[in-house]
Design a protein around this ligand. Structure first.
Ligand SMILES: Nc1ncnc2c1ncn2[C@@H]1O[C@H](COP(=O)(O)OP(=O)(O)O)[C@@H](O)[C@H]1O
Ligand SMILES: [Mg+2]
Length: 295
């Protein structure tokens, strides 16, 4: 019986029906929250204020992972910010303020967060496959399963044929791709990438950006990506965090107004070019002039 027909309403007046039990859905905790986070290295006259009162929230949006890109001049605290989320010393813990991940204060590093470090540190005595599979090994995954899985990732980052090579036999860009594969294979819920594509040739860089976008749309994880490229920040980011130095701080959060077009088309669109120009201008305003240069 259709309950919206008049007869149905007469037979069972709505007001007499017992009220349905109220479904209380707990709101998902925010993915990352910084609350007035300050980090000072050292004490006394040598003390360096690396981050000053940084606050922001990345919400857990249903079925959407957010890609946050971070730009700012050298020394403005970009790596410090990522390593605070990762819970890695000596950047962690903050000097004051609180870093929360999924609603809980960060205490340690954890498998929910994966960092591709600026200095893509590979294990020198392990070959490419072993480096990529290393995290799975630590998680107790059996040899053949982890090697098969690692092989897939080596292919995804375009390193087939180099499986048995050691880090010392690889170019910087190849080492960086091994480091990226070694982190992505673990599928962290929060992916932290510190200038991950910096050492790559433009063609490979483009391919890695596409790979990241593809993986990210499949997995809906949250990504924080530090880059020196304004174009990369706008191309990949849902929001761009603009940071400034002395002291390191978050000065602006720019939301990228992404229309419903495939990402590869955006790069040529007028909105994209004008957004990049605005960001570049803001970045110049926040960058200190080198000593002796008067602007
Ligand atoms: N381990 C450390 N000890 C002392 N100072 C540090 C350390 N790491 C970073 N700093 C200082 O903190 C500031 C921010 O550094 P960092 O986060 O690496 O900046 P960015 O990644 O934006 O270049 C810089 O002035 C840097 O010299
Ligand atoms: Mg850095």
């Amino acid at each position: 019986m259709n309950p919206s027909t008049p007869s149905a309403r007469t037979e069972q007046p709505e007001k007499l029906l017992p009220a349905p039990p109220e479904r209380k859905r707990l709101p998902a905790p925010d993915v990352v929250t910084f609350n007035k986070v300050t980090k000072t290295f050292g004490v006394g006259p040598q003390a360096k204020l690396a981050l000053h009162e940084v606050s922001f929230t990345v919400e857990d949006l249903p079925n959407i992972g957010e890609m946050v890109t971070i730009v700012g001049p050298s020394g403005c605290g970009k790596s410090t910010l990522l390593r605070l989320i990762a819970g890695l010393k000596p950047h962690f813990p903050p000097t004051s303020g609180e870093v929360q991940v999924f609603g809980k204060p960060v205490q340690d590093p954890g498998p929910d967060r994966g960092l591709v470090d600026q200095k893509y540190s590979l294990l020198p005595h392990l070959n490419v496959i072993q480096n990529v599979a290393f995290g799975l090994k630590l998680r107790g995954v059996g040899r053949s399963e982890r090697d098969d899985h690692a092989q897939e990732w080596v292919k995804k980052v375009g390193l087939e044929g180099s499986e048995k090579k050691f880090p010392s036999e690889l170019s910087g860009g190849m080492q960086q791709r091994v480091a990226i594969a070694a982190t992505l294979i673990l599928q962290p819920r929060i992916l932290l990438m510190d200038e991950p594509f910096g050492a790559l040739d433009p063609g490979i860089r483009f391919r890695m950006q596409e790979l990241l976008l593809q993986l990210w749309s499949e997995k809906e994880e949250t990504v924080f990506l530090v880059t020196h490229s304004v174009e990369e920040a706008v191309y990949l980011g849902d929001r761009v965090f603009l940071m400034a130095p002395n002291p390191g701080r978050l000065v602006e959060i720019l939301k990228v107004p992404r229309p419903a077009e495939p990402p590869e088309e955006s790069r040529r669109k007028p909105w994209f070019i004008s957004f990049c120009q605005t960001l570049l201008r803001r970045l110049e305003e926040e960058s200190p002039a080198p000593p002796g240069v008067k602007l």
